[in-house]
Write a protein that binds this ligand. Structure first.
Ligand code: HEC
Length: 187
């Protein structure tokens, strides 16, 4: 089969002799390739740090999740003021949060559904801004409104509450759920 000539080495151990046949070229090629690969790998991930190692990737994902879901406000001791936000950027953030987490129960336009109408002038748990933040933060678990404190950062709760305040309050969206609670027209 083999083209190569069998080369017999000239030692002899108790009558046992060895051939000196080279490894197949493809095998040697593969072996050399793994060595080169290891060197490149070492440089890329460990020495220059250009690539993210699995541990880096893990930390990145963790940081991203932390940003999205963490309790509190990340930085130790960071204080978020519970005050109405009115800038377009903050309201746009609030809209995103609402569409992702709240519209399934409160409707796209705040008209209500499982949850009460947020676009009327009646509020079960108080219609002033701080009460709205408070309802979102602590929820009304026995009525099907969960506490969002473990899920959304305070900042995000303030953003979504500002969105409700600025875009839904007293807009009377079509197909609105019947008003519930007490009238609130502002301070
Ligand atoms: C699973 C359904 C559900 C989801 C999701 C939900 N809610 Fe509610 N929400 C309710 C229900 C039910 C109530 C009414 C509680 C009650 O009757 O006391 C409520 C009440 C409220 C109130 C008080 C309304 C009032 O009249 O005082 C606000 C404000 C509110 N939700 C905001 C939000 C926000 C913001 C989100 C998303 C972060 C959200 N809700 C997600 C079901 C939901």
């Amino acid at each position: 089969m083999s083209q190569e000539e069998d080369k017999l080495l000239d030692h002899n151990y108790d009558g046992i002799q060895e051939f000196d046949n080279p490894m197949p070229t493809w095998w040697v090629g593969l072996f050399v390739f793994t060595i080169i690969w290891a060197v490149v790998y070492l440089f890329y991930f460990e020495i220059t740090g250009m690539g993210d190692t699995q541990l880096d990737e893990y930390h990145n994902e963790l940081a991203a999740a932390e940003k999205l879901y963490s309790v509190g406000d990340g930085a130790e001791g960071a204080v978020v003021e519970i005050a109405l936000l009115t800038s377009a950027d903050e309201i746009a953030e609030g809209e995103k949060i609402f569409k992702m987490n709240c519209s399934s129960c409160h409707g796209q336009a705040g008209e209500g559904g499982v949850g009460p109408n947020l676009g009327d002038s009646k509020w079960i748990h108080g219609g002033d801004f701080k009460s709205i933040v408070n309802t979102i933060t602590h929820g009304v678990p026995e009525k099907g409104m969960i506490s969002w404190e473990p899920i959304l950062k305070t900042k995000k709760i303030v953003q979504v509450a500002s969105y409700i305040d600025q875009k839904f309050r007293n807009t009377n969206p079509p197909n609105g759920k019947a008003p519930e609670g007490d009238e609130y027209q502002g301070e």
